[in-house]
Structure formats: structure tokens, C-alpha cells
Design a binder for this molecule. Sequence first.
Ligand SMILES: Cc1cc2nc3c(=O)[nH]c(=O)nc-3n(C[C@H](O)[C@H](O)[C@H](O)COP(=O)(O)OP(=O)(O)OC[C@H]3O[C@@H](n4cnc5c(N)ncnc54)[C@H](O)[C@@H]3O)c2cc1C
Length: 300
Amino acid sequence: MQIRKNVLLKNYSGYKIGGPADFFCEPKSKKELLTALKFSINKNIPIYVLGGGFNVLISDSGFRGLVIKPKINSLVIKNNNIIVGAGVDLGRAIRASLKSGLIGLEEFSGIPGTIGGALYMNIHYYQALLSNFVEWIECVDDKLNLYTVNAKNKNWKYEFSQIQANKLIVIRACFKLKKVGSEEKWKTIGKSDEIIRTRFYKYPKEPSAGSVFQNIDTKKFYGAPAISAAHYIDRLGMKGTRIGGAEISGRHANMIINRGGATAKDVIALASLIKKRVRSKFGIEFKPEVQFVGFKKNPF
Ligand SMILES: Cc1cc2nc3c(=O)[nH]c(=O)nc-3n(C[C@H](O)[C@H](O)[C@H](O)COP(=O)(O)OP(=O)(O)OC[C@H]3O[C@@H](n4cnc5c(N)ncnc54)[C@H](O)[C@@H]3O)c2cc1C
């Protein structure tokens, strides 16, 4: 595995924004991942683990340390389980499980990203949370200690995972799904296609990192917040508001898009404006959903 120097991170970000990482590598196996971690320990530099970059804002000055982008792409189906590496594209995992007549993950069809990122964020779609399907996750921490996170002790919720709470790195994970017959299998494949079609119209085509802010945790609906942050931004008529190259999407008020040449500074200025206007009009304090790379503290 090559550890490259001075790699521009904008090429690995949903926003297409971000300066260089001092060091960057793409481990293809657990062994290579451990080698990368040893490198950071020996050099005494911080690490950042990146998936598909679809929920991160990377600083214009990049990251001082080692960015690790796991490319562990193994996928095994065994009985009712699918066991996938951290770097596996979520869509690939969903398609493979449905093809084998295993249903459950179809709710997340069309959400961009990797298994590692999806588990860290505990992705959601309406009432469905990815943690509902987790059987176990093989992880490591930045000091090379290995762990298995078990489904039984998970205690996960909206935008919260044990991976996040314990600063773990996902190596691979097992999801337990429901085995169905041919008729239900094809019905579910149809449902998955329908969800993808809906997303295609609902979400922007321009570079973005999905929802900027978390939904509002006031009215619980099957454990997930029911009131969308987009609803409040929409009520302020802010769609189309632009700062530099960053613009509030006309399709989804909680998504900021890169119209071309946007910087992290532009996204921060726009997100800060949204926060300020929502606070002043509705008295609500928005929390970021997007994760920050290369910033000393939450920039908005
Ligand atoms: C158009 C669009 C629509 C979206 N719709 C939804 C939606 O409906 N629901 C939803 O929940 N999200 C949605 N998202 C957000 C995004 O797709 C998810 O958060 C996704 O899981 C991010 O995965 P990723 O691999 O790109 O992670 P990244 O963005 O690269 O990283 C996200 C976080 O995960 C951590 N991480 C990544 N890999 C690992 C690993 N191996 N081990 C430990 N930590 C890791 C990173 O450090 C970071 O903190 C959307 C995004 C876009 C652009």
C-alpha cells in the first residue's frame, strides 16, 4: 500500500471542496489498515477516516495528518447475513442482498456512501435506522486495539452510533436480514428502484454533502425525529440564497450545493446565515449533520 504525500482532498469530497492532506492512503485489507495506523503512531500524527466523502466538509487548508480511506471491498452472503467491508459502496451491498432474497436494507437505496460512513453516521430514511439491521461490526481504534461491536449492546439512535461514540474505525460489518421468497423479493426490488427514482427528483444533481443540519429532535416518530430542518429553512424562503460558489439547493432546502468554485469558507458563511436566521425566527438551535475535516472546532 502506498502512502502518498500532499493529496488534494477535494477529489474525495461530495462537495468537491477541500485542500491537501499531508498523507493519504487507501488500505485494501485489515492488514493494510493496521499498517496505516502504525504509520500514524510512528509519526505521531492525527488520522481522519474518510468514506465516500458524502457527509463531510473539508477545510480549504486540508488536513494536517494522515487521511485513511478504507477500500476493504469484501462482500459475503451467508444464510440471512451479509458481511461487507468498510469500503463497500452501500448501493452494492443493497443490490447484492436483494438479489439473494434478503430484504431490509432497501430503505436506504440511493443514499450515497460506503458501509463505514453509513455505520458511523447511522444513516436514516424516515423511520428506518441502519442500526436496526446490524449484527456485529469489526473495528479497530487508533491505538490498534481490535473490537467487535455487538448488536445486543448497541443503544444507537438518530445520527448517533457506537462507532462515533467510541471513536472506532469500521473494518467490516455483518447485517442480519430477512429471507423471503421470489414474489416478495421482486416486490422489494421494485420498492428499492422506486426509492431511488424518488431520490433522483428530490435531491440536487450538483456536488453536495447531503443535509447540512440534523432534523429537529422534538417529535419522535419511531425513534427518528419527525420535523425536518429543511422545513424551517423553506419557511424562511432561503432556497437559492448564494454566497460565493455555495448555494442553498432549490430542490432541498437543507442541502448546500457547489455551483462551481465554492470554498469551505463559502459553505460555512451560508450555513452560519441559515443558523442565525432560524434562531432569530423560530428560536431553534440547529446542529450540524455534516462532519468537519481539518477544522479545530465546529465552524458554524
Ligand atoms: C444527495 C445526498 C443524499 C443523502 N441522503 C441521505 C439520507 O437520506 N439519509 C442519510 O442518513 N444520509 C444521507 N446522506 C448523507 C450521506 O450519504 C451519508 O451520511 C453516508 O453514510 C456517508 O457515507 P460516506 O462513506 O460518504 O462517509 P463520509 O462522508 O466519508 O464520512 C462520514 C463520517 O463517517 C466516518 N467514517 C467513514 N468511514 C468510516 C470507517 N470505515 N470507520 C469509521 N468511521 C468512518 C467519517 O470519519 C465521517 O465522520 C445524503 C448525502 C447526499 C450527498
